[in-house]
Write a new protein. Structure first.
Length: 199
């Protein structure tokens, strides 16, 4: 009988030993998968921007060739960041910027245009079309990005790329109000109400 044991392992019943460790292995694997899934879900939730948050780093070259980090721009007053992810979204963003400029000519409006999905062969043409008719002051506050498009869509919870996303920031740089809906009078009135309450 003693020949069947080596330490705490019974060599005479290898089948039981294998089955036991197989269950142990799959048990550990299941727990690891659960913890990984929970961690991934938490990370996904943390990536979504919400009211009171600060914008993550958001830097790129403006239409006038300057380097600008929109998230790091400080202002004593409120400011707006308008995001667009497609050509149709760009038209929606244009409606927003035009009406917001009419609402308050002194309002700092920044535009972020993602062009990662535009084939490189057509990017020069796309940029030329964007600049056409845009006031120089707005060109100086418009950045073009060719990366992290999916990341920002997740952060802003974009459900439709054909719509712009408008983010109102308070004087402290925190998100006060945001929308991913198409430009409409009802949203414009809601923005107007919010902007009057921002410090």
């Amino acid at each position: 009988m003693s020949n069947c044991w080596v330490g705490n392992i019974k060599l005479c019943t290898p089948g039981r030993w294998v089955v036991h460790h197989r269950y142990l292995f799959f048990g550990i694997l299941s727990v690891s998968f659960f913890l990984f899934s929970a961690h991934s879900a938490t990370q996904s939730d943390q990536s979504k921007l919400k009211l009171g948050d600060f914008l993550p780093p958001l830097a790129g070259q403006t239409l006038t060739g300057k380097w600008l980090n929109v998230a790091a721009v400080s202002s004593a007053n409120r400011s707006v960041v308008v995001f667009s992810f497609s050509r149709a979204g760009g038209r929606d963003a244009q409606l927003w910027t035009q009406r917001l400029a009419e609402l308050d000519p002194h309002l700092a409006i920044y535009t972020v245009i993602f062009l990662g999905s535009v084939p490189s062969l057509f990017r020069t043409m796309a940029v030329s079309g964007i600049k056409n008719g845009m006031p120089l002051a707005l060109q100086d506050r418009t950045i073009l990005l060719y990366r992290d498009e999916n990341l920002w869509e997740k952060r802003l919870q974009i459900a439709n790329e054909d719509r712009a996303c408008v983010v109102l920031r308070s004087s402290t740089g925190q998100i006060q109000w945001m929308t991913t809906g198409p430009f409409a009078d009802v949203l414009y009135l809601e923005f107007n109400k919010q902007i009057r309450s921002v410090n």
